[in-house]
Design a protein around this ligand. Structure first.
Ligand code: ATP
Ligand code: MN
Length: 466
């Protein structure tokens, strides 16, 4: 006899009744009575379960005792029209094989506590919940859409190094990479002797692929990176991870306006892609966690993002404060905005995504193009409802002289950056780019409120489990 091939639950639910099928998956729930048992089976291909109906008289009673939530099964049977509501088809079981039992006393997802906090403590198992199934599928869809977006535009996917000797942001929050024996560090004249280290110099995990991205953009025109990024910032917020993924497009011949236009088109494309391809999962998250989710996603599509200069934004915030708006952190010209300020602008003042431009040069990185006023640089931050900053970018300083002067002003080492400065020395061009935090995007798209819940294995201060 021909061996029956397994059909995924996602496909079964769309199949015509009247055929013999084989389904495999994990038990979500089991209920029923002496005559008939109902098993909801899920294989992760969709948020939805296939209902298995088993006539108890056809099976050994012991079998059902061994089937509990979390157990893994192979079920053969006839796909029939479902009499119950909620699904079009169900499987009338003729054969049930148990792959693995799941002890109800010990299975961590059996507990009554299904809070996101609790699930973080069993992150190795939480992937099997409906919530994390939905998040993982949306995460995948967004990763795929990102590659599709750039591929369709002719961008080249550039792989930038994870181990680096440079600190792109100049912020210094880096994880060091070393093979030195920390109990016996080689010293030279009272200082650590990095010439004895693996790379012969001090190295760290990258905080951004941008500087290398610029090398790619000034060679093949338009590139993007998409990879892990590491920041040892001790910021225990719902929006920061120590290890997160970033997408960094970098484009030759783009000025700041081209850069903003691309950023806006890009995030709208991703949101549209999610609405077109992930509706079951979005609906589930909408119903369970955030009943404004789908509406919020649709709301960013139809409208143009508001473009505001940093200086105008400061005036708006100062006026708000004078009219009684309370902020935890003060604002005045020259300060970096906190998330509360960003959210005020987006949610209260403009009621739509905002692109902030022309920042004071002292709060932005050395590579941003300087404006004529001598005070501001051509940076841009895209701010989103519920999240605050989702994208940070800029037009890059293309002038060799201005770039070198700025590096000196900031007391940075030109020597370590010679390779980067060469892009301005040899055939320099106007160019721009930005970085989208992948998990920030996912916070927006899934409606989850803590960044630890949109990455499978979060790394945060004092937490590197699994
Ligand atoms: P923030 O002010 O929110 O810390 P940033 O100014 O440090 O952000 P950039 O250096 O411009 O951010 O990085 C580009 C993008 O990377 C940000 O817009 C954000 O989406 C994301 N990002 C930055 N830091 C983190 C982090 N620790 N965890 C997750 N995403 C991050
Ligand atoms: Mn930061």
């Amino acid at each position: 006899m021909e061996k029956l091939a397994r059909t995924k639950v996602k496909d079964l639910l769309k199949s015509q009744p009247g055929q013999k099928v084989l389904a495999k998956g994990w038990v979500r729930t089991k209920r029923g009575n002496k005559q008939v048992k109902f098993i909801a089976l899920n294989d992760g291909s969709t948020i939805n379960n296939i209902q298995v109906v088993a006539d108890a008289s056809l099976f050994d009673e012991e079998l059902f005792k061994r089937i509990s939530t979390g157990a893994s099964l192979a079920v053969t049977g006839n796909l029939v029209e479902s009499v119950g509501s909620g699904q079009a088809v169900e499987i009338q079981a003729t054969e049930i094989e148990i792959y693995g039992e799941c002890d109800p006393m010990r299975f961590p997802l059996q507990k009554k506590d299904t809070s996101l906090e609790y699930l973080r403590s069993v992150a190795h198992m939480r992937l099997r919940t409906n919530t994390f199934g939905a998040v993982l599928r949306i995460r995948h869809a967004m990763a795929f859409a990102i590659h599709k977006f750039f591929n369709d535009k002719g961008f080249v996917y550039l792989h930038t190094p994870l181990i680096t000797e440079s600190d792109a942001e100049g912020a210094g929050d880096m994880f060091q990479v070393t093979t030195m024996d920390l109990a016996n560090v080689p010293m030279h004249k009272g200082k650590v002797d990095f010439s004895k280290d693996f790379f012969g110099k001090k190295t760290s995990l990258t905080v951004s692929g941008q500087l290398e991205g610029e090398l790619g953009a000034t060679a093949v025109g338009e590139i993007y990176t998409f990879g892990p990024t590491f920041r040892a910032e001790n910021s225990n917020t719902p929006r920061h991870l120590a290890e997160f993924w970033m997408i960094e497009p970098e484009m030759a011949f783009y000025d700041i306006n081209d850069d903003m236009a691309l950023a806006e088109e890009f995030v709208k494309y991703l949101v549209q892609y999610a609405l077109d391809n992930c509706m079951d999962d979005l609906q589930f998250l909408n119903d369970k966690y955030d009943d404004g989710l789908i509406e919020r996603l649709r709301s960013v599509l139809g409208i143009a993002f508001e473009k505001v200069t940093y200086t105008q934004a400061v005036e708006i915030l100062e006026k708000a404060v004078s009219e009684g708006q309370q902020f935890e952190y003060p604002v005045h010209w020259g300060t970096d905005f906190q998330s509360e300020h960003e959210r005020y602008l987006v949610e209260k003042y403009f009621g739509k995504p905002v692109i902030l431009i022309d920042f004071p040069k002292d709060i932005k990185a050395f590579y941003m193009k300087q404006n004529e006023d001598g005070k501001t640089v051509r940076g841009m931050d895209v701010l989103f409802p519920k999240i605050g900053e989702i994208i940070g970018g800029s037009e890059r300083e293309a002038s060799l002289e201005k770039l070198e002067t700025r590096i000196d002003e900031l007391g940075m080492s030109r020597k370590n950056l010679e390779w980067y400065i060469d892009t301005r020395r040899f055939g320099t061009v106007p160019h721009s780019g930005f970085g989208l935090g992948f998990e920030r995007l996912l916070l927006f798209v899934t409606g989850m409120s803590n960044i630890r819940d949109v990455i499978p294995f979060p790394r945060t201060p004092k937490n590197a489990e699994f």
